[in-house]
Structure formats: C-alpha cells, structure tokens
Design a protein around this ligand. Structure first.
Ligand code: PLP
Length: 381
C-alpha cells in the first residue's frame, strides 16, 4: 500500500503520539483550576497554546482551540458576520473548502446579507481586479484560503489583504493546508483571522485552532460560549490529549517545514516526470501557479479518476477533496477553475507527506500509469 493522500489526513508523528498518549492519563478537567488534578490538565493545555502561539509568532491570547478547522471556520466566520451588523456581506473565493463556503453562506444569511464570489483564473488564482470590484464598505470579511487543499495553489496574500484593508474588511485565511508545507510569514502578518487543523500536520484528529488578534476578537460574537473556555469563544471541556498533540505537531511543522518541503518537492517532481515518461496527455491542474510542494492535481485525459482509483486499490489518492468524496460529483474547485465536468472527473489529487519515500514514488508511477492505461484502453481512448 502506498499512501499519497496527505492533504486529506496525515499519520501521527511518533514524537507527537508519545506526548498525546502521556496526556491521556491526565484526566482532570482543565477548567477545574481549584485543585491540582485540574491544574495539571490546564498546564498541558496552556503549554500547547504557547507552542502554537510561539510557532506562529502570535500571542497566547490570540489562540483559541477548537475540534478542527471546520469548527474554527464556523466560529470565526459566523462570529464575524454576526458581530458586524453594518456590514452584512462577505466575499469568498469559490475554491474555498466547503467548511468555509457553508459557514460564509450561513453567516451572510443570518446577517441579512449576501455572499459575493470572486472570480479565479484557470489556475485557481483569485482575480484581484474582480476582488477589488466586489469589496466595499458593506463587506465584513474577505475569505481566501492560504493554499488550496485540492490543487495546492497558493493565494496572493498581500494583494488580497491590501484590498480588504482599503475598506476595513477583515482578512479571513484558512491556513489549514499551508502550515508545515510553505512559509506562513506573509499570511500571519496580514490575516486578521486564521484557522488551522491538527490532523493535517501529523497531529491527532479532534484539535484545531482559531487565531484572531485581540482587537478582532472584540468584533466576534461567540457562537458556543458554554462554560467560558477558550476566552468564551468555544465553551466545552478541552480535549487535552489532542490539544497537547496539536501543540507539538504545530511546533514541529514550523521547525521542519523548509527541510520537509525541499525533499518532498523533489519527490513530487520525480512522480510527475515518471508519469509523463509513461503516459501522454498528463496535465497539472493549477500548473502555472505558485503551489504547495507536496500537491499534484493531475488530469489524465480520457481516464475517469474513479475508474483509475478502482483499478489501483493499493494506491491511496483522492479524486477531489476527501470531504466531498462521498458525493460522486466533480470537484467544485476544478469547476470554478473553468474545467468541464468531464475534465474535472479525469483529475486525481496526489499529495505527498513527510514519510513519503523514493521507493513509494517508483511504485506509484508504475501503478498509476498502468491503471490509467487500462482505463484508457477500456474506454477506447
Ligand atoms: N480547510 C481545509 C483547507 C482543509 O483541507 C480541511 C480538511 O479537509 C478543512 C478546512 C477541515 O478541517 P478539519 O478536518 O480539521 O475540520
């Protein structure tokens, strides 16, 4: 089996596993600060918060733990929309993750406004002129993800932030896929609100973060304040072991990003070159844009991706994003990039990770090219 679906989820790093397993034994409620068992749990959560904050170069008061990026997006976007009554509208890129698109939809509906969708080009890069046209002082936030989960395409963060700032709209960045794979410097400096997820960076599932400056927090209406945890933005007993794992995973992601990226970029290039040597008509979706080093979204002309995957069960890749894969419809990201339904359904997402080896790439080249050739033969291409 060769796993090449790291944008969907990652195996837990062994160093992170050790820390998370140890934390499973710390059973106190982090909110029970009146006794020592609760204090032990609270210390672990605080240490994890400071690991995330220091890694990002933000303060601990800006980091609010959630169950993952989906929940962080809902808290952040709904909170901003409900808190900005004079600005009921929101601008989003059509290639956002469904977590963001649906939160934006609900937020705008509750605020009595609308979602304005900015155009992207054939590579999935936001059209900044169109963005400039759509953003006015009725817009509460501009949501453009740092890097796309399906294509790896990286957004022009500075241009987007400049346009939002002109009218005082908040910059909301889903940085789930950029953390650990590319430099976060520009995004951290420019974004008002960011969201992250632990299981994309070799941490446990069930943890993530909403990161927002203190001034922006004042604009956010807490959706689930509950017992007042997480500065009142996310009530509910914190998932101590997952948070501990997330803290360490975030620290490692930042420390090891540059060396991981260099190695993974070489392996991804080898995969592409190897496939092109064996197969004609292989296109890289988003190929002209700045992209994450680990992500290849490839279109094999004439080969339906579901059939290709069924023909190589030993290779774990993805057709469209994992969250949409239960629904057999073409990827909304590729459609937004102007591809037809057929072109989108001929596309496979292959995403490499820290554990990927050269041997795995060789196995994948052989298996994918054989599967694509089989499917093409069967369908007469
Ligand atoms: N945003 C992006 C870009 C993602 O890739 C994902 C996961 O697929 C999410 C948000 C949702 O993350 P989570 O699984 O932590 O809710």
């Amino acid at each position: 089996m060769v796993y090449l679906d790291y944008n969907a989820s990652t195996p837990i790093d062994q160093r992170v596993l050790g820390a998370a397993v140890e934390a499973l034994d710390v059973y106190g409620n982090p909110a029970s600060s009146h006794h020592v068992v609760g204090q032990m749990a609270a210390e672990l959560v605080n240490e994890a918060r400071s690991r995330v904050a220091v890694s990002l170069g933000r303060s601990t008061q800006e980091v609010m733990f959630t169950s993952g990026a989906t929940e962080a997006a809902v808290l952040g976007l709904l909170g901003v929309m409900l808190g900005s009554s004079s600005r009921p509208n929101i601008v989003v890129s059509p290639t956002e993750h469904k977590a963001v698109l649906e939160a934006a939809e609900l937020g705008a509906r509750l605020a009595g406004g609308e979602v304005r969708v900015v155009r992207v080009d054939r590579d999935g890069v936001v059209d900044v002129d169109d963005l400039d046209r759509l953003v006015d002082d009725s817009v509460a936030a501009v949501a453009v993800m740092a890097a796309n989960n399906e294509t790896g395409v990286i957004a022009p963060a500075t241009a987007i932030a400049d346009i939002a700032e002109r009218v005082g709209a908040l910059v909301f960045v889903d940085a789930t896929q950029l953390l650990g794979k590319g430099s976060l410097d520009g995004v951290v400096a420019l974004a008002d609100v960011m969201v992250f997820s632990s299981h994309k960076i070799y941490g446990p599932k069930g943890a993530g973060a909403l990161v927002a400056s203190r001034s922006v927090q004042k604009l956010i209406v807490p959706i689930a304040s509950g017992g007042g945890q997480e500065r009142g933005f996310r009530g509910g007993t914190q998932n101590t072991p997952a948070i501990v794992g997330f803290g360490l995973a975030a620290e490692l992601a930042m420390k090891e990003q540059a060396s991981d990226a260099a190695r993974i970029r070489d392996l991804a290039n080898e995969l592409l070159v190897g496939l092109r040597r064996k197969l004609p008509d292989v296109h890289v979706n988003g190929g002209e844009a700045d992209r994450l080093p680990n992500t290849l979204n490839l279109r094999f002309v004439g080969a339906d991706s579901e059939a290709v995957m069924a023909s190589m069960p030993e290779i774990c890749v993805s057709a469209g994003s994992a969250c949409n894969s239960a629904v057999p419809s073409p990827s909304h990201v590729l459609l937004a990039m102007g591809m037809s339904g057929t072109e989108a359904s001929e596309s496979l997402r292959i995403s490499l990770g820290r554990p990927t080896t050269r041997d795995e790439i060789d196995v994948a080249v052989t298996a994918i090219s054989a599967a694509v050739s089989r499917v093409r033969e069967l369908t007469g291409e």
